[in-house]
Design a protein around this ligand. Structure first.
Ligand code: NAG
Ligand code: NAG
Ligand code: NAG
Ligand code: NAG
Ligand code: NAG
Ligand code: NAG
Length: 624
C-alpha cells in the first residue's frame, strides 16, 4: 500500500515536474488575483473562463499530487475488507500503470488517461440492453427545472431509463400523508417528471422499499407498530397483516401516478432485523424473507398482473437454491445484483451466480457512479467508479449465458445518503462527470480515447485541442476530474467546480487548525484551559486567521449561488451546514480563544494548578 502510494507520487512528480514548476509560479501570481477578487467581490458567480476557473485549474495542477495520495490512503470499501486485502485488490491497477512505454505517442496518450485495466472483448464488446440511471431522492430532491436539463443529458450519453427512488419525496396521501417529507414533490411535479422522462425517451422505474430501509415511514409514531424491533425503524415485521396493508397502500398510491410502468423495484435489501419479534422468532430467516417477498408480490400481482418486480439481491446471496426454487422465486421477481467495489466476484462469487442462473431466467446488475466509497464524500472518484463499471461489463459478458434470457440491464446507482438518517454524500451535480464517464463506457462496452468527442460533447466541454496528443482525462492524477473538466458547462457544473474550492478550503483550514492547535506550543487546549500563553506568539499564530475565515464565508455565498439552480433551500442549507459551517465554528472558536489568551497580562507563578478533572482518572492533584 505504502509503496504503491509512493510509486504513484513519484511517477506523478516526474511526469508533471516541468508543469509543476511553471504552474506553481503562475498560481502564486493568480492566487494573489483570486484573493483580491474574493475580498472585493462578495458574491462570486462562476462563469466560463473566469479568472476564478483559470486559477482553479492551475492550482489544481499543484494539488493533484497531494490529493491523489490522500485519496489512495483514505479509500474506504463498502464491505469488510482489511487494508491488506484491499492492497491485493489493487494489484491490477499497478500493473496497468507501469505498462511499458512504447515510444508510440498515441499509445502513450492512451496510457496517460489512466483508464483502469480490465480485460474486455475488443471484437464483441458487451453492452447492457438497458442502461438505467438511479436517482436517489431521500430528502434532497433536485428541482424539476434541473431534471429538465438532466434527462436529455443522460439520454444523450446513452441512458435508456431512470430508477427513481422516491423514499419520502413522493406525495403520499390519506393514511400515508404523514410519511411524506414536507418538501416532497407535488402530484403535479411528479407528472412533470414523468412527462420529462417520456420526452427524453427514458423508461421510468419507481423504487419503493417494502421490507428493510423503511425508516422514513416507521420512524413516525403512527407506523412504529409495524417495526420488527420496537427500538429500530429499519425493518418491517413481515408477520403482521397490517404490514402488508401498509405496503399495499404505498403500492396503490405509487401505481396510481405511474399507470404505464412495466417494472417496479420493491427494494428488499439490507433487512437488518429479521426473525426477532415474538411471532417471527418461531420461523427460519430464510422462510420469513421468502414468504414476505411472495406476499408482497402476490398483493401487487392481484391488481397489476403484468407488472415485473425487481428486488435487490443481497438477501438472496446466502439463501439455498432449493428454498428459492420451492417458492418459484424466479417467476415472481427479478434480482438486481449490486456490487459497487471494483472486484465484483469478491462479493458475488461464481457459485452464487450459478445458483441465480438456476433460479432466475434473467437478472439485473447494479454498479455505482457515486455514493459508494464513503458516507461523507463531496465528490466521487471517477476512476474507481469507472473501474467498477468496466468490471461489471466483464462480469455481465461472462454471466449473461447463465440466464435463459440474459441480463435485462445495468443500473448505475448514485446514492445521495447511505440511509434515511445518514448525512448527505456526493450530490447529483458533483457526480455528473463520473456518471458521464461510466455511462459512455457502459453504452459502448469499453472506454478509450475514441470516445473523447462523445464524452466531452455530452458534458458540454470545450474541445479545442491543447496539443494533438494531450489526454482529455488523466484519471490517475485527476480522479475527480476537477482539472480536465474545469471548463465544462453541463447543468450543475458550477457546483461541481465548487467541490474543488471546498477541497482547497478543507485542506487549508485543517492545516491551519492542526498547526495552531497541535503542532505549535502556545494555543493548545492546555494553554486555553489555563489561560496561559504569550500574547506575541498568539498574534503570530493567528495572523492568517482573518484571511482564512474570510475564505470560508465567501465559500458559503458561492455555494448558495452554485446550488440555487439545482436544489431547494433545505438541501442547500443542509449541505452548507455539513460541509462548511463546522469550519467556520472552529475558526471562530480559535478567534475567541486568542482574544481570551491575549487579554491576560499578568501571570501566576508556576506550577499551574493541576486540572481537577484528572482526579476522576486516579491522578492525585494534591500538593506534595
Ligand atoms: C478503442 O476500443 C475499441 C474497442 O475495443 C477499438 O475498436 C478501438 O480501436 C479503440 N480505439 C483506440 C483509439 O484505441
Ligand atoms: C399525522 O400527524 C399528525 C400530527 O402528529 C396527527 O395529528 C395525525 O393524526 C397524523 N395523521 C395520520 C393520518 O396518521
Ligand atoms: C391475517 O389475515 C388472515 C386472513 O385475512 C387471517 O387468517 C390471519 O389470522 C391474520 N393474521 C393476523 C396475525 O392477524
Ligand atoms: C430560498 O431562499 C432564497 C433566498 O435565500 C429566497 O429568495 C427564496 O424565496 C427561497 N425559496 C423558497 C422556495 O423558499
Ligand atoms: C465567540 O465569542 C462570541 C462573543 O462572545 C460568541 O457570541 C460566540 O458564540 C463565540 N463563538 C464560539 C464558536 O465559541
Ligand atoms: C482569561 O483571562 C482573561 C483576562 O483576565 C479573562 O477575561 C478570561 O475570562 C479568562 N479566560 C478563561 C478561559 O479563564
Amino acid at each position: 500500500m505504502n509503496n504503491y502510494v509512493q510509486h504513484l507520487g513519484l511517477t506523478a512528480w516526474r511526469r508533471k515536474s516541468a508543469l509543476l514548476i511553471a504552474s506553481a509560479l503562475l498560481s502564486l501570481i493568480i492566487f494573489g488575483l483570486q484573493f483580491s477578487r474574493l475580498t472585493d467581490k462578495p458574491t462570486l458567480k462562476e462563469e466560463n473562463g473566469s479568472p476564478q476557473m483559470v486559477a482553479d485549474a492551475l492550482i489544481s495542477n499543484v494539488r493533484f499530487v497531494e490529493s491523489n495520495q490522500k485519496s489512495n490512503t483514505a479509500k474506504t470499501v463498502t464491505a469488510e475488507l482489511s487494508l491488506d486485502e484491499f492492497a491485493n485488490m489493487e494489484q491490477p491497477f499497478v500493473d496497468g500503470n507501469v505498462r511499458k512505454r512504447s515510444g508510440n505517442e498515441a499509445l502513450e496518450t492512451e496510457q496517460q488517461m489512466g483508464i483502469p485495466y480490465v480485460v474486455l472483448n475488443a471484437e464483441r464488446p458487451y453492452i447492457p440492453r438497458k442502461r438505467i440511471v438511479h436517482l436517489d431522492l431521500k430528502g434532497a430532491p433536485p428541482l424539476i427545472s434541473f431534471f429538465r436539463k438532466f434527462f436529455p443529458l443522460i439520454r444523450n450519453l446513452g441512458a435508456t431509463g431512470i430508477l427513481l427512488e422516491y423514499e419520502d419525496m413522493f406525495p403520499y396521501t390519506g393514511i400515508l400523508k404523514n410519511i411524506t417529507a414536507k418538501n416532497a414533490f407535488t402530484p403535479e411535479q411528479v407528472k412533470e417528471i414523468l412527462d420529462l422522462a417520456e420526452k427524453s425517451q427514458l423508461e421510468l422505474i419507481p423504487l419503493i422499499q417494502t421490507f428493510g430501509h423503511v425508516e422514513f415511514a416507521l420512524k413516525h409514531p403512527e407506523w412504529a407498530k409495524l417495526r420488527e424491533v420496537p427500538g429500530s425503524p429499519q425493518a418491517l415485521c413481515p408477520s403482521r397483516n397490517s404490514s402488508l396493508d401498509f405496503v399495499k397502500e404505498m403500492v396503490t398510491q405509487i401505481m396510481s401516478m405511474h399507470p404505464h410502468i412495466k417494472y417496479l423495484h420493491i427494494g428488499c435489501d439490507e433487512v437488518f432485523q429479521i426473525g426477532e419479534c415474538e411471532v417471527c422468532r418461531l420461523e427460519l430467516h430464510e422462510t420469513l424473507f421468502l414468504k414476505h417477498v411472495q406476499n408482497v408480490a402476490k398483493l401487487i400481482h392481484e391488481k397489476f398482473p403484468k407488472l415485473r418486480l425487481i428486488i435487490w439481491d443481497d438477501m438472496l446471496r446466502h439463501l439455498s437454491q432449493q428454498s428459492m426454487l420451492d417458492v418459484s422465486l424466479g417467476d415472481i421477481v427479478e434480482p438486481m445484483v449490486w456490487v459497487y467495489a471494483e472486484d465484483i466476484y469478491r462479493f458475488v462469487q461464481p457459485p452464487v451466480w450459478d445458483k441465480y442462473g438456476v433460479v432466475f431466467k434473467t437478472a439485473w446488475a447494479a454498479s455505482a457512479f457515486k455514493g459508494a466509497f464513503g458516507e461523507t464524500l463531496s465528490v466521487p472518484d471517477s476512476r474507481r467508479h469507472l473501474e467498477n463499471n468496466l468490471r461489471w461489463l466483464e462480469v455481465m459478458s461472462q454471466q449473461d449465458k447463465n440466464f435463459k434470457r440474459g441480463f435485462t440491464g445495468l443500473v448505475l446507482t448514485g446514492w445521495q445518503r447511505y440511509d434515511h438518517f445518514a448525512v448527505l454524500c456526493e450530490l447529483l451535480p458533483a457526480g455528473i462527470p463520473s456518471l458521464g464517464l461510466s455511462l459512455v463506457a457502459t453504452t459502448h462496452g469499453y472506454f478509450n480515447s475514441s470516445l473523447k468527442h462523445k464524452f466531452l460533447s455530452g458534458l458540454t466541454c470545450p474541445q479545442h485541442n491543447s496539443g494533438r496528443n494531450q489526454p482529455f482525462i488523466e484519471l490517475e492524477l485527476d480522479p475527480y476530474l476537477w482539472d480536465k473538466l474545469a471548463r465544462c458547462m453541463f447543468p450543475g457544473s458550477p457546483f461541481f467546480r465548487l467541490t474543488f474550492r471546498l477541497h482547497t478550503m478543507e485542506t487549508e483550514v485543517d492545516d491551519f487548525i492542526k498547526s495552531t492547535k497541535q503542532s505549535k506550543g502556545w494555543m493548545t487546549d492546555y494553554n486555553v484551559r489555563h489561560n496561559y500563553s504569550l500574547p506575541l506568539r498568539v498574534d503570530e499564530l493567528t495572523g492568517d486567521l482573518p484571511r482564512i475565515y474570510h475564505g470560508t464565508t465567501a465559500l458559503v455565498r458561492s455555494a448558495v449561488d452554485a446550488m440555487v439552480d439545482v436544489f431547494d433551500n433545505y438541501t442547500i442549507s443542509e449541505w452548507i451546514e455539513q460541509k462548511i459551517y463546522p469550519y467556520i465554528i472552529e475558526l471562530e472558536k480559535i478567534q475567541n480563544q486568542s482574544i481570551a489568551l491575549k487579554s491576560v497580562n499578568q501571570w501566576s507563578a508556576r506550577p499551574l494548578p493541576p486540572l481537577k478533572d484528572l482526579q476522576r482518572l486516579g491522578v492525585s492533584i494534591n500538593a506534595n
